[in-house]
Write a protein that binds this ligand. Structure first.
Ligand code: APR
Length: 263
């Protein structure tokens, strides 16, 4: 592993446009379950509950499931804290090594760790959005109205439209700005870090494929507890293990290379 980390650190220290694509696996060490590992969320909740069609059939039912998951601690994002993996990526941005993080996660932990260039590919579950006028409000405000029993189906305070968590549901389009920015960043990148993703969900999983197919191809460093579905096609350096531990070691190795350059 040490020699692989050294190779990955060499790539990052020399990179002109390194970016990261992160998935739920970067947040498991913050206490948020991922989806497809043993014990992951999809073992406890039917993913179909998170399809836009199911939501539109009965929004109030979804919001009750949402509250149950929060109460059970299954998916309580508000109390989660960034872990060393998030802080390591934020530090790499500070060192001007990492140009942006494209995240599939909706937990806001990259921003709370200090990353500023964050593309929320699947939205953000700490916000709620009106499906009619698109106005946003903190999701706690909606949860409050539900808990007070004043609303069966949360309504927008401005226009009365149906309110939905501002995360991308299955069957919904990726927010256009997030899609556009991630396409530009992917085309421009020379190193792509993939951290904590099984790469089973498109179009996010298209990012490493595009990074490899473009010319010149980017180098892909994958940090995962289990190899992703695409590691044979896209991964140049596969670092298996804890994202927190590996990213801290990788950051130290990159900082050593930067310090040596200063000498
Ligand atoms: N360190 C490193 N890797 C980890 C860790 C960890 N501590 N914990 C889990 N992993 C890895 C798993 O081995 C797996 O490869 O993270 C990956 C998580 O995969 P998924 O659960 O499929 O999560 P993700 O790839 O983000 O899912 C993509 O699917 O359900 C939708 O919208 C949802 O954004 C999500 C998308």
């Amino acid at each position: 592993m040490e020699d692989l980390i050294a190779k990955a650190a060499d790539l990052l220290a020399r990179a002109r446009n390194a970016i990261a694509l992160t998935g739920a696996g970067i947040s498991t060490e913050s206490g948020i379950p991922d989806f497809r590992s043993p014990g992951g969320l999809w073992e406890r909740v039917d993913p179909a509950e998170f399809s836009i069609d199911r939501f539109l059939q009965n929004p109030g039912r979804f919001w009750r499931i949402h509250l149950d998951m929060k109460r059970s601690g299954d998916f309580d994002l508000a109390s989660a804290k960034p872990n060393p993996a998030h802080f390591a990526l934020a530090r790499m941005e500070e060192l001007e090594i990492l140009k942006c993080v494209i995240t599939q996660n909706v937990d806001n932990l990259h921003q709370r760790a200090g990353s500023t260039e964050v593309v929320e590919f699947h939205g953000n579950l700490l916000r709620a959005a009106c499906m009619k006028c698109r106005s946003l409000e903190p999701i706690e405000d909606v949860e409050e109205r539900l808990l007070q029993g004043t609303e069966e189906t949360p309504r927008c305070k401005k226009c009365g439209g149906v309110v939905k968590p501002d995360a991308v549901f299955f069957g919904e389009a990726i927010p256009s700005k997030a899609m556009a920015v991630s396409q530009v960043q992917t085309q421009r990148c020379d190193v792509l870090l993939v951290v904590g993703s099984s790469l089973q969900v498109f179009p996010a999983a298209q990012i490493p494929i595009t990074a490899k197919m473009k010319s010149p191809a980017a180098k892909v460093v994958e940090i995962n507890r289990d190899p992703s579905a695409l590691h044979r096609e896209v991964t140049d350096i596969l670092l298996l293990g804890s994202a927190g531990e590996i990213l801290q070691r990788l950051l130290r190795a990159v900082e050593d290379r930067i310090a040596d350059r200063m000498l």
